[in-house]
Design a protein around this ligand. Sequence first.
Ligand SMILES: C[S@@+](CC[C@H](N)C(=O)[O-])C[C@H]1O[C@@H](n2cnc3c(N)ncnc32)[C@H](O)[C@@H]1O
Length: 361
Amino acid sequence: MTEAAVPITPAPMEGHGVYNRSSQVQAAGSSPALSLLEQAATQAALARAPEPITIADYGSSQGHNSLAPMRVAIAALRRRAGSSRAISVVHTDLPDNDFAVLFRMLAEDPESYQRGEPMVFASAIGRSFYEQLLPEASVALGWSSWATHWLSRVPAEIPDHIQSAFSQDRAAREAYARQAAEDWQSFLACRGREIRPGGRLVLLNMALDDAGGFGYGPIVQAIYDGLLALVEEGFVASEEVRRMAIPTVGRSLEQLRAPFKEGGQFAGLVIEHLQFFLGEDRIWAEYERSRDAQAFAVRWVAFSRASVFPTLAAELSGGQSDPRAGEFMDRLEAEIVARLAASPVPMEMPLARMLLVKQGG
Ligand SMILES: C[S@@+](CC[C@H](N)C(=O)[O-])C[C@H]1O[C@@H](n2cnc3c(N)ncnc32)[C@H](O)[C@@H]1O
């Protein structure tokens, strides 16, 4: 793909700190990857002092969920390189991401990794991670959580759903599978250039379970049914809903390994660790304690509203500035809450954690 042709999708997460306040599901899902990140930070080849050690955070959103991983990485690097060594933390996301919230949070949050760390320097890049973002061989440690399952574009309309994994339309499913394979290679190729020899990259992604299941069935179905209800109420047109899609994919372990098939490496990267696991459904656990179906539904809707509603709203006929966008999100939220609260069920969350090493260190 040429530089100019990289399309900018999806829409960023809901701004003004909404994602930061509504992404506990993602934070909990990432926690099993923190030990891998610590291992990576302990083993990664580092630039020679006084050159800073660069950590890249790919798909940071508004940054709150990056605090814990960056603290883990910085602590491990400090043990190796001392307290005065300069560490550069580069958060990357799409150009329209709310970076202002990220920088305010870094300055004000008591959990900020910058607290007591005058030699940690944070910056941001607003550009798709399907392009090279940083200079050749400059990154010692890369981290990306809940981001690389977002495709670079919507590859096809999904006539019977908003998530290709639940569609019966073969052409749509194949188009998504092709795009997922292409994007995975693009992402790895770019990181292969940026990561320094001996550097490490840790990824936490949505995955497919052994049976090819995407998970999240009840919430995804509630979103689609909620959209159809909004059509019936005449609030949105069926044309608009037909264009709506959540351009995310779960990848099987086999699909994650596919680019590495020949000779075990791709773009100079080799897999040191790859593991499937099911994310812990803390919302269900809380529901089992409280039996509060409304609270259960509200928490799951917060997960999807902050992350996928902006992408759906962008397909209203007026685009991102459609005057119905705010009301659309509120009404869709209410539709989904009603559906989930009516029959709470546990949610399956298939995830994969991965540690890649750049050869040559
Ligand atoms: C669900 S959020 C994850 C945020 C955070 N890493 C976490 O673990 O909660 C996914 C992020 O990936 C970003 N993203 C999606 N596609 C991207 C792309 N092509 N380039 C850069 N960022 C992208 C989105 O804008 C969003 O901020």
